[in-house]
Design a protein around this ligand. Sequence first.
Ligand SMILES: [Fe+2]
Length: 293
Amino acid sequence: MNAAIDLLKSLYTMAMMVEARDAYTGGHLWRVSRFSMLLAQDAGLSAAEVKKVALGGFLHDLGKVGVPDAILNKRDKLTDEEYDIIKNHPQVGADLLSEHPLSALAIDAVLKHHEMPNGRGYPAGLSADDIPLVAKMVGIADAFDAMTSSRPYRAGMPIERALSIISDNLGSQFDEALGQRFIALGKQGKLDHIVGHSEPGIPMQACLACGPIIAVPRARKDGQTLYCPSCTTEYRLSRQGRQLSLSPTGFKNAAAARRPLVDQDLIADLVEEARQVLNVNRPSGSWLTRLWQ
Ligand SMILES: [Fe+2]
């Protein structure tokens, strides 16, 4: 079992490595994982399936490792050719993951999270019945987070507005029944503690120039420095219990700002939480089976 836990940790670490490439998406994987997990719970999935959905949500964008920075971080409209390159990422993720011993736990989310019920998604243009539940859930969570997250060049949408866009696209872009569940969760305020956060109880902090795009790892202590990943402004963290705030030091530091702060505490929590998925989804007929004995 311990070896299986280590493999799970390697999956989360891989996902963090990919997220570290894109300085502006701090906390995205965690939020997508949490939104998908709440949706899975609400839909009545078993505890182990819920954890599998949470894992899929965290790993969904692994394939972005294959998208060049110039395209990944481009602010202007993408050309058709660039968009085609972005559209590679589900297949790239699935190819890279395919030989990992635990790939079966996440491959549906990785490969199919951009498929749409109307058949106009990618990479395969699957129709509604052929899209796995986990991929439909992660697809809704991913779109909602993209809409409600702030970027250096635009503020995140209010929750209400993002929910109404999901509502307008039920049955076409988003699974009708799951989308309705998600909207209900949002209207009940059950997504509020995730939107704009990078970890449980830790809201994204605002850069004075770029908005709330700074993720604070939980181990970051009072008095330590943090940087805006966009404009590279240096801030000093003030931490009084759960209360966080940043004050500018007057310096900028491009190198420090580009150094990702990997959150090992968060990975440890996620791995611990996902233990259950391993108990139920045991791969059979492989060397891995022995790890559970
Ligand atoms: Fe994606």
